[in-house]
Design a protein around this ligand. Structure first.
Ligand SMILES: NC(=O)c1ccc[n+]([C@@H]2O[C@H](COP(=O)([O-])OP(=O)(O)OC[C@H]3O[C@@H](n4cnc5c(N)ncnc54)[C@H](O)[C@@H]3O)[C@@H](O)[C@H]2O)c1
Ligand SMILES: [Zn+2]
Ligand SMILES: [Zn+2]
Length: 378
């Protein structure tokens, strides 16, 4: 942090397709009603940071939405957080009172309606450079030293949880675990297929095991990631570049009860429909880039075989319910967080970190943004 407290370093995207630029003159606005200012300690690099809303969020923007940090300041009306609290920030705030929250869709809370526009719930921008507004990607914008977020998006965590792995819960792990427990509601004895073994897919694998899945078939072109999945309990690894995934699912287990797309492609949703047994569900977790029309899916098959297509936004999660649930599974050695955060880079190496993601290096790159933030916790 430079001499003025709310002027910070950040990685800024000025034009889609260009590398991010490291700057030191981003001004963070004051926290308004119900908002808090958080010092960012660590931030993971999630695949959704590559699409940045498919170009829908205006630039300049700051991406990054898998965050841990420490509360620096609370705005008016915030009663359950205070300066010094260690928190995980969820990209979806959950007010608990709007129509979506009260009808069981907490990840679609109206407080998140400015998500794609890159603005705060009241429509204002979170950052500026001089007179230029700077927007935020994927609901937070944390590749910077401070963020302004909804208090409802912050979940306080205990001292035993290291912030450098806690950050990954915010998006990838919460999404994968929630897709299993909340969206699909996988029951013991189920057969499960997971396509895509990044942070999201490997969280699905682990949660499916916790849910008592009888078999967890996994597919990813990257051999190392298939190995990680097997070490986390997957029962059968498929190379989609040489094998017909749906045919393997049918021959191994007679079709799966739940097929998860953790890549984001219409072709893989069609694969899931073919891999699912009658009455099965296809859970769409991956976000497609570009054309997302489901032209290969046969409506008749969905009807006569009662197959269900389910969209899953952030694992249909309620952060203040689901993040403690994930930490409980971690503390009782049923879910590894350590398996995800395989490499660290300073914020200066954010572009190299994005290359790690593109090339499938390790599982997740964690950006070290401000290690001193952790020591400012009360
Ligand atoms: N729905 C949500 O709320 C939500 C939240 C987080 C991420 N996402 C999306 O989920 C997807 C996964 O995110 P991630 O961060 O784990 O990504 P990632 O890049 O870490 O992992 C994606 C994996 O998919 C694999 N893959 C590519 N093509 C494949 C194929 N044909 N079959 C099987 N595997 C294939 C890649 O090798 C890679 O290992 C992305 O599309 C991301 O945008 C959605
Ligand atoms: Zn709400
Ligand atoms: Zn994400």
């Amino acid at each position: 942090v430079t001499n003025k407290e709310n002027i910070v370093r950040a990685a800024v995207l000025t034009r889609y397709g260009d590398p991010l630029e490291l700057v030191t003159d981003v001004e963070v606005v004051d926290p308004g009603d119900g908002m808090v200012r958080v010092r960012v300690a660590y931030c993971g690099i999630c695949h959704s940071d590559l699409h940045m809303g498919g170009g829908l969020t205006p630039v300049p923007l700051i991406a990054g939405h898998e965050v841990s940090g420490v509360v620096a300041e609370v705005g008016p009306g915030v009663f359950d957080l205070k300066q010094g609290d260690r928190v995980i920030i969820s990209p979806n705030p959950t007010c608990g009172r709007c129509d979506r929250c009260t009808r069981g869709h907490p990840s679609l809370c109206v407080r998140a309606s400015g998500w794609m526009k890159g603005v705060l719930p009241d429509g204002t921008v979170p950052f500026r450079r001089g007179d230029t507004p700077v927007y935020r990607g994927n609901g937070i914008g944390a590749w910077t030293e401070q963020v302004i977020v909804d208090a409802f998006a912050c979940v306080k965590i205990d001292d035993d949880v290291p912030l450098d792995i806690a950050c990954l819960i915010g998006c990838g792990i919460q999404t994968g675990v929630g897709a299993v427990f909340n969206t699909a509601k996988v029951e013991p004895g189920s057969d499960v297929l997971v396509s895509g073994l990044g942070g999201v897919g490997l969280a699905i694998v682990q949660a499916a095991k916790v849910a008592g899945a009888a078999s967890v078939l996994v597919a990813d072109p990257v051999a190392k990631r298939r190995e990680v999945a097997l070490s986390l309990g997957a029962t059968c690894a498929i190379d989609p570049t040489t094998q017909d995934v749906a045919a393997v699912a049918r021959s191994e287990v007679g079709g799966v009860h739940y097929a998860f797309d953790a890549v984001g492609s219409p072709a893989l949703v069609a694969t899931g429909v073919r891999a699912a047994r009658p009455g099965g569900a296809i859970i769409m977790v991956g976000s497609p880039m570009g054309d997302d029309a489901l032209s290969e899916v046969h409506q008749g098959q969905l009807i006569v075989q009662e197959k269900r297509l389910l969209g899953s936004m952030l694992g249909s999660s309620h952060p203040s319910r689901d993040i403690p649930r994930i930490l409980h599974l971690w503390r009782t050695n049923r879910l590894s967080l350590e398996a995800f955060g395989t490499q660290r880079r300073p914020l200066e190496e954010v572009n190299e970190g994005l290359d790690d993601l593109r090339q499938g290096v390790g599982v997740r790159t964690v950006l070290v943004i401000d290690e001193d933030a952790a020591s400012s916790a009360s």
